[in-house]
Design a protein around this ligand. Structure first.
Ligand SMILES: Cc1ncc(C[n+]2csc(CCOP(=O)(O)OP(=O)(O)O)c2C)c(N)n1
Length: 566
């Protein structure tokens, strides 16, 4: 106890400030008025960004977690608010993003009656390895609030990072407490066992075609710098895991491409041909392993070293030859300490060929009248180096993933906000969060027409809170194109449920106080984008793309023709 009594709702805000949080995202509810009052009390030190939908708020907090490498924080009300927020929790779980979701709860004397908006959060949100949260806690006593908040931050960060849910009964929040807040969470950093590093060195010396897949959540700039030194010393080709493309510098001569959806077929072949895979920080999920095909499951043909921050991830799916439990902040320095052989490894040609394949994949065939490869390359040519790129789910993201050269996170921290969970609607709120949290940086969202309208209401949040360097590029093909593509493969010509009738997105943006314009041909894009970069307000560029232009590699008509033949 520190002697100063205040409502627990205020103590909660003080506890967040102690954890280093200066911005939270949420939608208010009558269930946590005492906390909202705490935000008012401490408004000089922490801000509550009121969003337009809890899905948007939860995505923003998830993006905050990715960008800051520290838990993002979201507040939502009981049942309906919590239900809306579920998509952000699921994304944080699949993406291993640290996040704390605070949820209102009915007062203790109303519990278990299915009182108004009552929900059993422990049942709904997990925990479990296939759940939505690492831990669901309920603060029953005001005096124990700081204990719970501290545990929430530790749990979200340690091991494999992820989301935590803290449930706040209404009567607890108004109860006075004199308990002191706890200091900012200090994290335990597991380092690899010395024997493991010796074994890794021996395996590297034995290998003829080694390959590194780097990614996952928790890398720090220093650690990635050291990872690069390790790769250079051993001449190792490096690929980045699905939607962790910003881990290793894509401009580096050892970079081999992204190991995700729409993978360069030559890279997929190279992975299968490798004799040693170092999986560093990635959990080797379905998208990074090409549906568990580049690495056969559970026992890959290649020798496998799996390094991960969460001990529970190791050996969970793959039977690896060497398991290393190591925080990603420690992984780079640990690997950089491995002494390369005196005569130098002899994989230079293998690594150079991997990089040449990546470069060749960057060359795009011309497409008329709207060339998405040119659009993406123009964006990166003109945007500042530390721009944060965001997207949700949809085929449009294939161009972004293929043609953007992400800088390694040693340069500007994370620059890619993209859901490995494949959640549509992620990109707009993620970009809004980036623009509000880092106003000196530019945030650029690329969205599909389907994707955009799932969370487009957050344009209002951006405007309300003064976002400026924020651009959304909506790729409108009049279709839930990804689903259309799958339909044409499985049921050629039988289009069902995947067509969209769209609003005028530019006009919609203007209604929200954004700039808005439309682009129908490639040459119109550059001037429109320059205007958006120079503008003092957020801008939306509405791009019209033919439905047929479905991926950087093929068209709907080609898929349909092939499916009819086959
Ligand atoms: C929240 C959510 N709902 C549904 C899906 C299934 N889904 C994946 S991609 C997609 C279509 C995306 O359409 P659009 O944003 O227009 O992009 P396109 O594929 O046309 O480029 C759908 C419906 C999903 N991934 N997430």
């Amino acid at each position: 106890m520190n002697g100063k009594s205040r409502p627990a709702g205020h103590a909660l805000v003080e506890a967040l400030i102690a954890q280093g949080i200066d911005t939270v995202f949420g939608v208010p509810g009558e269930s946590y008025l005492a906390v909202l009052d705490g935000f008012h009390e401490h408004r000089e030190r922490i801000r509550f960004i009121a969003c337009r939908h809890e899905g948007g708020a939860a995505f923003m907090a998830e993006a905050q977690g990715k960008l800051s490498n520290w838990p993002g924080v979201c507040f939502v009300t009981r049942g309906p608010g919590a239900s809306n927020a579920a998509i952000g929790l699921h994304t944080a779980f699949q993406d291993s993003t640290p996040m704390v979701l605070f949820v209102g709860q009915v007062a203790a004397d109303q519990r278990d009656r299915e009182a108004f908006q009552e929900l059993d959060y422990r049942q709904v949100f997990g925990p479990g390895t296939l759940g939505m949260a690492k831990w669901v806690g309920e603060v029953q006593q005001a005096d124990r609030l700081s204990e719970y908040v501290a545990r929430a931050f530790h749990t979200a960060m340690q091991g494999r990072p992820g989301p935590v849910v803290l449930v706040l009964p209404e009567d607890m929040l108004t109860t006075p407490t004199a308990s002191a807040v706890l200091p900012r969470a200090r994290l335990a950093q597991p380092w690899p066992a010395p024997g493991a590093l010796r074994d890794l060195r021996a395996m590297l010396l034995d290998a003829r075609r080694p390959f590194v897949i780097a990614g996952g959540s928790g890398w720090t700039p220093e650690s990635v710098r050291a990872l690069q030194r390790f790769a250079e010393a051993w001449e190792l080709p490096v690929g980045c895991g699905f939607r962790f493309q910003d881990t290793f510098d894509n401009r580096h001569a050892l970079y081999a491409g992204d190991v995700g959806i729409g993978i360069n077929p030559k890279l997929a072949a190279r992975l299968r041909d490798a004799d040693l895979i170092l999986a560093l920080g990635v959990r080797l999920g379905e998208m990074t392993t090409g549906g568990y095909s580049h690495l056969a499951v559970p026992r890959p043909a290649q020798r496998l070293v799996h390094l991960h921050a969460g001990a529970e991830e190791l050996g969970r799916v793959y039977s690896a030859d060497l398991l290393i439990n190591c925080a990603l902040s420690a992984a780079g320095p640990a690997l950089a300490a491995l002494e390369p052989p005196a005569s130098g490894p002899s994989w230079g040609d293998w690594a150079a060929a991997a990089h040449a394949d990546y470069e060749a994949n960057h060359v795009a065939p011309a497409v008329e009248p709207l060339d998405m490869a040119v659009v993406i390359k123009t964006i990166q040519r003109l945007a500042p180096e530390d721009t944060v790129y965001t997207n949700g789910a949809g085929n449009y993201s294939a161009w972004l993933h293929r043609y953007t050269r992400y800088y390694g996170l040693q340069h500007h921290g994370r620059t890619q906000l993209a859901p490995t969970s494949g959640a549509m609607g992620y990109g707009v709120p993620a970009a809004v969060a980036a623009a509000l949290l880092y106003p000196q940086r530019t945030a650029i969202n690329i969205a599909g027409d389907g994707d955009f309208l799932m969370t487009g209401q957050e344009l209002a949040t951006a405007r309300a809170h003064g976002a400026r360097r924020l651009i959304s590029v909506v790729v409108d093909n009049g279709s839930y194109g990804t689903i259309r593509m799958h339909q044409e493969r499985e049921y050629p010509g039988r289009v069902s449920g995947s067509e969209l009738a769209n609003p005028d997105f530019a006009a919609l943006a203007r209604a929200y106080g954004w700039n808005g314009c439309r682009v129908d041909a490639t040459e119109q894009f550059e001037p429109a984008f320059k205007d958006a970069l120079a503008a003092d307000a957020p801008s939306l560029i509405h791009i019209k793309l033919a439905t047929d232009v479905i991926t950087p590699r093929t068209t709907i008509s080609a898929i349909r023709a092939a499916a009819r033949k086959g």
